[in-house]
Design a protein around this ligand. Sequence first.
Ligand code: ADP
Length: 488
Amino acid sequence: MPYLLRKLFIGKKDKITFMELGNHIIIGGAEWCALPGLNIPAVKARVDSGAKTSALHASNIQKINRKGEKWVSFEVHPIQESRRITIRCEAKVIDQRIVKSSSGIAEKRYVIQSAMKIGSHQWNIELTLANRDSMGFRMLLGREAMENRVLVDPANSFLLGDYAEGKINELYQHVKDVRSGLRIGLLASNPLLYSNQRIMKAGEERGHEMVFLNVQQCYMKLDATHPEIRYRGGKSLTNLDAIVPRIKPNLTFYSLALIRQFEALGIFCANSWEAISKSRDKLYSSQLFSQNGIHIPITGFAKSPLDTTDLINMVNGAPLVIKLLEGTQGKGVVLAENAKAAESVINAFKSLQANILVQEFIKEAEGRDIRCFVIDGKVVASIQREAAKGEFRANLHQGGKASLIKITKDEKKLAVKAAKVLGLQIAGVDIIRSNRGPLVLEVNSSPGLEGIEQATGKDIAGMMISAIEKQLGWQSDLVIRTSDKKIT
Ligand code: ADP
């Protein structure tokens, strides 16, 4: 019989519980823990002997000074995949450490100490506060906390007991549901798109009622006394609190009319119709940028083919970029290598009555650009996009690459200003690095979430919902403070 098993059996004979081996308790790959010091009666922890320090997912982490001591206040959503319950905690900072998250991104984290209860055992552990929003396990139990106390049986889970939903509600019954969530409509076209799924989920997790509204299934009544918007089958949409518009370019006209109607009904739209309409018109937005001191690549626009040669000279000659005003995702962007090619492409587009911009080619960018995600006047995330080999333009849809990038203060300022000039609360601002500094290429009012969330590991959908909550003055009242009530 293997040594460990032999010891286990001896332990049993000596009336030590089955799950104990010598002085060690045996736990599974996941267990329910309690953190009495933080007033958290139950949190599911992933047991991860690959990690040195334990971690707790926290949000709104703020440094505080307590009689000269460094403390932190933070919020924990202890229930997995839900923000139904928020516990506000305060703890003394015992250290700050650089920790590499599972996605390989290093960050500086606060370290706190708390009592941890697991089964009937309790001891003090150290926890880093991970501010990266993970909707999975809210706690990670690392090696240090388990040393000389625990043996892990990774093939099993909840060896020290599992809680049913009812028990969790009982444990958290002191956290009263005194306020219901918002009713938020996601006005889009395809519910299966990553971005749309993330926004729906982020809203639901925060306790809001999310409704997916297909743009084409909404219809409206224009009436001086009883204006209305209804949905397929006749359901009225006038009782929504907010709309998140995610508008496909080919539905811009109809969608803008719908957003105008929502706004007229007093429903808050996370991006107004006016701001979206400005951002959809590349020529108008470029004019607004240049009028407001926002640098863009030198751009020309003309109707008649008679002055094409001078138009080319005006933007500093070839090579130059020709852009269809209606193009998106790089589909209407052409690089003309020399003046002759430029002239024939420009004249060909004109003969087809297409509206085009002619733009100086920023060669030194080497096919890279930067996407800055702006929410409420702040760059919340940024990535660099790189062209696929042999391409001149950054385009993730055509085999390009996304990577993390630290942007400069000037680039941040530029991105925030560009979104502000168009009046966008939520914007994807594309910036290109030129020899004369950063230039704005384009501002998108329905920026995609997939590339940027995956590259940065940030919960951008959640930030979009938080921005709506803030705008509407909505606060989760499911918050208890550690000092309000003690859980034992
Ligand atoms: P779309 O809206 O179709 O995505 P963009 O104007 O954003 O069109 O251009 C697509 C890509 O082409 C950009 O991400 C950038 O990499 C490249 N690009 C666009 N304009 C220029 C330019 N003036 N100089 C160099 N590269 C450019």
